[in-house]
Write a protein of this length. Structure first.
Lengths: 919, 374
């Protein structure tokens, strides 16, 4: 550690020293240094994809530091212990609305989960949560699931979760992207009041909205991984000789990154003609979801060449309206029209003339930028040549060249939005329906985009219907509509709307209309409320030390259980599915070979030959089908799988037998399934000898046998398949479903983004893993009990041995089987891979190598080896031993103990594969 | 009508996405190579390597002769067990069979006193117990007969039983278990890959995006079936020719290309089924469970593992609805009985019709499915 870093270690705020970071060959950050004093606030601005998010994730400890030093709150991050000791005092909200929150948990549960992760006890929780809910105005929504919140509320909830443990360093990554103007204002007011009530709180924020950056004491401009400029907003404006931070930002960029910026108001469109029929129209358009009306009798008329803006709070029905106009959602009432035609889902001619961009990124994340462009051009039916020209034009317009071969998922949010836009207009549509296209896009790219829109509208007469949260963008529209709670409350040109409310700016007009529409616009109550209830505690409040905290483990287990319980379909599948499979397999998987259909070719036709055939037909093992008349027909019957056995009796059979001459009978057995063939062979020999014995007896001779083989079928005297198979099936049932249930646990958190909570909260890997596993163990154990009850009462297989042994073995076995799912989940990167991996790793060994089908002692090679290292092998002996063999606890012990050894092994492997920090 | 161009374009997209997931691909390779190999070589459906313990209380020439009669590959070398260790050894599933030769056995045989030999069978080893007992019985009586220097069946065995195994004469089970292992991998992968691909596209909003473009739902489905099915078909081809034919030297009676055609038709069904399942699931976690609940019975009851005749009547009727049952029947017919298209076309048609039905259902449910989880 150099001297500077050492000094940083003592620093109470945040200090970043010469940090560089790369992803493969791409440099994300290059020698970045900055310092943030306690109580100070710093905004990080810059174009999309310059490393803002990377820097914040590093500062939060979510990513592994590659080069340079970071010290926060007096601890250097290079030292794991030091980092972990201060991590409870850092709060981090990653980019994306509610990305680290849990969709099916309610507002209150989300906060409670974080409170528990940070070690608060119930009393503390009960004190803090109401205070935070009160302060953020979320109290009325406390019991609403997170997924049903609007964007602005999600972000407030994120803030509550971040603040529940009194952090000293708060890191927010583009917290207001995609949030409506009112909520945005409330959000920042809330942040301000938090800062007032916690003077030592250091705040680090990334934003793409420059007027937000104005609120901060320090602004750092990043470009291409380097710091371009730093200072107070006033400094930056002075440096660049501009009056707003947005202008300063553009002025400070190197000229080639700047793009032309004129900001001129759009010239009136030459196409606008009030008398012409509107290109997009809605009449009484209504959409209900259950008893909730999302869109309530909306009327719109948008003329050709018009840029029509659509503004309103999050969740007011803008997206639903747009979806109905594209035909994605059917309307409950009313009608939409495009080009004067009623909207119909199947009209391809119209689809080709529309470009649509959905609110969330909906291109193929696993394809590269180039592949996405080419695919969409082709799907819109562009010719090969056109596709190339248009793709090139799009790459240039949206400055996508540096990202052409990057996989879309790895792109920064702003670049992804640009790509979506490019895709939406690649086929030169006549109508563009754009749902918040510029959320999270930096000012330069936004400007370029708007110039493209204006050009399309003015030069080509393209009709543009766009929703946005930026007032500056709204003022560039020909007309705007304000929407609230499913209704359009005002429509007009920006100037008209301003004049109608006597407002100086469009934003004021917007707020005035929102109030008229019934939306509460009062500022958020002061955060002081929260802090008086929950006084600032010092240091790492109640964070349990040591290797394992029961409280954090319980927090994860509790959260996972709630998610499971909120998904009744999954629960039902898991419980009834087991019952159903057991019934099917219990009756269906049987090795009792009987009812073997056979045909006879009786070339003799004497009483003797008929008696011979009767020796078969009389047995319950065989079922006689119609006789055949020649050899060819006999083979045909066999080949067509209509019979499994054919008996051919030669002419003269009866005569030979009567005269005591040797004769023969030919029997054909279908060898297609070896097991069945061998069993049939045994039966045939039996039927044959009983026929012979009968002949001998009729002739009055004595049957001579030198010795008798007395067969004793042990454990299952009746040799009923069901008695042995049903207990053996336990091993299969309790492997597949529990493993598949657990398999998505970790990997789905990774896909959703909530894995961040593992990276940045004090939770340890073991607590996380066990917390994720235990709810499924409990569920699987219900299955154990269900299976036992079914076996005894439905299948009538008595439990002859130790119940305790069975219960104990079952417990260890479900620990092992859920452990396999957990392990697969830790080393796969996609849910598909986790599912298939778990299926491959469990189904085949369970069915084939564990003794279910054939005894393990007769397996060989790889199969034997896999069987030996698979828990099902040992549990199968436990369940069969306990049920059918009647073994005592002591006899079962070796199997139980071996089964028990698998759980720690799987857990240890999962622990090794799981990372506490992102690479 | 679906446009071929769009289908091909979407296929290309599917392939790119599929091949990008390395871990998944490793699992796929593993399943098609090592898993099929291990199952084909390691397990068998006939009696091999049966474990036998012997309690020899006679220690005579005859008893030794009987013991020496148990030969590989049917039996492992018999292990000597002391009388009081029998119970424990059987409890621990060490031996499936224990043969107890009583004291003075040889003397009793020679004196014509017909002594008893006791055979203990672990009846929980369902698959081997019955067959094994038959074998042991014939070995014991053969050896005694030879010892007495007369034919074992010297009883007036005037009717000779000529047993012939039609098809697969050696009752070789490697190819059978191999082909069945292949079926399982195909079945699992086809349902899972296409189904999960649909789930994933919905979760990421990409399906919706496709539907505002001039693309038909049928094109999206077909592309998924063709692309995922194609990859699986290629892998099964490799598995068939490399693992089963080249490495294991599987000898088959019928035409491989016919078998391959059957596999392709089956894949069409399985992939379409994957999409149908996906349209019924609200989330990936639900899809996973649905997959298990549907896939396992389809495989276990297909006749690949257990004889169908043994099932209760209602179940036998029900399994007629399983395409896996027909596929297994076709496989056995082609691979072991050398059946040609003229014999198996009804099954081909049945599986194809089921595939077409699944495809139709998935199309019908498609739009509803999009709005299922919003």
């Amino acid at each position: 550690m150099n001297a500077e870093a050492a000094a940083g270690a003592l620093y109470g705020g945040l200090r970043i020293d010469h940090v560089s970071h790369r992803y493969g060959k791409t440099v994300a950050l290059e020698d970045v240094s900055l310092a943030l004093a306690p109580g100070a606030a710093l905004a990080l601005v810059g174009p999309d994809g310059v490393g803002k998010s990377t820097l914040l994730a590093l500062a939060a400890g979510a990513k592994t530091l590659q080069q340079g030093g970071i010290a926060a709150l007096g601890a250097a991050f290079a030292d794991r212990r030091a980092r972990e000791s201060v991590q409870p005092r850092i709060a981090y909200m990653p980019q994306g609305l509610g990305r680290n929150l849990y969709a099916s948990l309610t507002v209150r549960e989300n906060i409670a989960f974080f409170a528990r992760l940070f070690g608060h006890d119930r009393a503390e929780e009960a004190r803090r949560i109401p205070a935070l809910l009160e302060a953020t105005g979320l109290m009325p929504f406390a019991d609403r699931p997170m997924q049903k919140l609007s964007g602005g509320m999600k972000q407030k909830l994120g803030l509550c979760c971040a603040l529940v443990h009194d952090p000293d360093l708060l890191i927010l990554d583009e917290p207001t992207t995609g949030v409506d103007p009112l909520s945005r204002r409330q959000f920042w007011d809330l942040v301000d009041s938090i800062r007032q009530s916690r003077p030592q709180l250091a705040l680090l924020v990334a934003t793409s909205t420059m007027d937000e950056a104005e609120r901060f004491g320090q602004v750092v401009m990043l470009d291409q991984g380097r710091i371009l400029a730093a200072g107070s907003p006033a400094d930056l404006k002075r440096q660049s000789g501009t009056t707003t931070l947005e202008q300063a930002f553009i002025a400070l960029l190197p000229p080639e990154r700047r793009g032309g910026l004129d900001g001129e108001p759009p010239a009136p469109s030459p196409y606008l003609d009030d008398t012409a029929e509107p290109v997009i129209a809605a009449r009484g358009l209504t959409r209900r979801f259950g008893d909730f009306t999302a869109v309530d009798h909306v009327d719109l008329a948008i003329r050709r060449g018009e840029i029509f803006g659509f503004l309103g709070s999050n969740g007011c029905g803008k997206t639903t309206t747009m979806k109905m106009l594209t035909g994605l959602l059917p309307a409950s009432e009313g009608e939409g029209f495009l080009f004067g035609q009623p909207v119909s889902a199947g009209d391809f001619a119209i689809r080709r003339r529309i470009g649509y961009m959905a609110q969330s990124f909906s291109l193929y994340g696993e394809l590269t930028v180039r592949q996405n462009l080419v695919l969409h051009a082709a799907l819109y039916g562009l010719s090969e040549a056109d596709a190339v020209t248009r793709s090139k034009a799009m790459v240039q317009h949206f400055d996508l060249k540096p990202y052409l071969d990057a996989v879309a998922d790895t792109l920064p949010m702003g670049v992804r939005q640009r790509l979506s836009l490019a895709v939406a207009i690649i086929h030169e549509p006549e109508i563009l329906i754009l749902d918040e296209p510029t959320s999270g896009v930096d000012p330069v790219a936004r400007e370029a985009f708007w110039r493209e829109l204006v050009r399309l509208a003015r030069a080509q007469g393209v009709t543009i219907f766009i929703s946005t949260h930026y007032m500056a963008e709204a003022t560039r529209c020909d007309r705007v509509a304000f929407m609230h709670a499913g209704r359009v409350i005002a429509t007009g040109t920006p100037a008209e709307l301003q004049a109608a409310q006597g407002a100086a700016t469009l934003e004021e007009a917007f707020i005035a209309y929102m109030e008229l529409g019934g939306r509460s616009t009062e500022p958020a109550p002061a955060m002081a409320v929260a802090t008086t209830v929950a006084p600032v505690s010092q240091g790492s409040i109640g964070v349990p030390r040591g290797l394992f905290s029961g409280r954090r483990f319980r927090a994860y287990a509790w959260r996972e259980s709630i998610e499971l319980l909120r998904d009744p379909i999954r629960l039902a599948f898991a419980l009834f599915g087991t019952v159903m499979l057991m019934l099917i397999f219990g009756y269906g998987i049987t090795f009792d070979v009987d009812n073997i259909s056979f045909t006879a070719l009786d070339g003799d036709g004497t009483p003797e030959s008929r008696a011979y055939i009767e020796a078969y037909a009389g047995s319950s093992y065989f079922k006689r089908e119609a006789d055949v008349v020649d050899g060819a027909a006999l083979l045909q019957q066999l080949r067509g799988n209509r019979v499994a056995l054919a008996i051919e009796i030669p002419p003269g059979f009866g005569a030979d037998l009567r005269r005591g001459r040797n004769t023969e009978v030919s029997v054909w057995i279908d060898g297609g399934m070896p097991f069945r063939a061998e069993t049939i062979e045994g039966y045939v020999r039996g039927a044959h000898s009983s026929f012979l014995a009968e002949v001998v007896r009729q002739q009055g001779r004595e049957v001579i046998a030198s010795a008798n083989l007395v067969m004793r079928y042990r454990y299952n005297q009746a040799f009923r398949s069901i008695d042995a198979m049903v207990p053996a099936l336990f091993a299969m049932m309790l492997m597949l479903i529990p493993a598949i249930l657990t398999a998505l646990g970790v990997v789905s958190e990774r896909e959703r983004g909530s894995i961040t909570n593992l990276y940045v909260t004090p939770v340890r890997k073991l607590e996380f893993l066990l917390g994720k596993q235990m709810p499924y163990v409990a569920l699987a154990y219900v299955n154990v009990l269900l299976l036992i009850v079914m076996t005894v009462f439905v299948f009538g297989v008595p439990l002859k041995g130790s119940l305790i042994g069975l219960l104990l073995g079952g417990l260890f076995y479900v620990l092992a089987s859920t452990g396999i799912g957990l392990l697969t989940s830790c080393f796969t990167r996609s849910q598909v891979a986790a599912l298939f991996g778990t299926a491959v790793l469990t189904i085949m060994p369970t069915v084939h190598f564990s003794g279910l089908m054939q005894p393990v002692s007769t397996l060989q090679g790889g199969a034997r080896l896999i069987g030996a290292f698979f828990p099902a092998t040992y549990f199968l002996r436990t369940s069969v031993g306990a049920f059918t063999k009647g073994l005592s606890l002591a006899d079962l012990m070796p199997f139980i103990l071996t089964t028990a050894a698998f759980w720690p092994a799987f857990l240890a492997l999962a622990w090794l594969f799981l990372r506490k920090q992102e690479a | 009508m679906p446009s071929l161009r769009n289908v091909l374009r979407l296929c290309g997209k599917e392939l790119t996405s599929l091949l990008r997931d390395r871990v998944l691909f490793v699992f796929m390779l593993y399943a098609f190579s090592l898993m099929v190999y291990a199952q084909a070589t390691g397990t068998s459906h006939d009696l091999v390597r049966a474990s036998l313990g012997v309690v020899d209380e006679d220690r005579s020439a005859l008893s030794q002769r009987i013991i020496d009669g148990f030969l590989p590959p049917r039996f492992q070398k018999p292990a000597m067990v002391s009388p009081d260790a029998v119970d424990h050894a059987m409890d621990q599933a060490r031996y499936t069979f224990v043969l107890n030769i009583p004291p003075d056995f040889q003397a009793d045989v020679l004196a014509g006193r017909h002594p008893d030999v006791q055979l203990l069978i672990d009846a929980t080893a369902v698959m081997q117990a019955g067959i094994g007992a038959n074998y042991i019985q014939s070995i014991v009586s053969d050896e005694i007969g030879r010892f007495l220097r007369r034919d074992a069946a010297a009883t007036p065995d005037s009717v000779e039983l000529r047993l012939r195994i039609a098809f697969n004469q050696t009752l070789e089970s490697t190819w059978f278990t191999g082909a069945m292992a292949l079926l399982q991998v195909i079945n699992m992968l086809a349902i899972l890959l296409t189904g999960a691909a649909v789930m994933r596209e919905r979760e990421h909003g990409t399906l919706e995006h496709l539907l505002v473009m001039p693309v038909r739902a049928s094109e999206i489905m077909l592309a998924k079936i063709i692309a995922n099915g194609g990859v699986i078909l290629c892998l099964s081809l490799i598995s068939l020719y490399v693992v089963l034919e080249a490495v294991l030297g599987m000898q088959i009676a019928g035409s491989l290309s016919l078998f391959f055609a059957a596999t392709a038709i089956y894949l069409f069904f399985a992939a379409a089924l994957g999409i149908v399942l996906a349209t019924f699931a609200g989330s990936m976690a639900q899809f996973a469970l649905l997959f298990i609940l549907v896939q396992m019975p389809m495989y276990m009851l297909s006749g690949a593992l257990t004889p169908l005749e043994a099932m209760p009547g209602w179940l036998q009727t029900a399994v007629q609805l399983l395409p896996t049952k027909h596929y297994v029947a076709v496989t056995q017919a082609i691979l072991s009985r050398g059946a040609g298209l003229e014999t198996v076309w009804p099954e081909f048609l049945t599986v194809f019709a089921m595939g077409a039905a699944a495809f139709a259902v998935s199309l019908l449910r498609f739009r509803r499915f999009l709005s299922l989880q919003q």
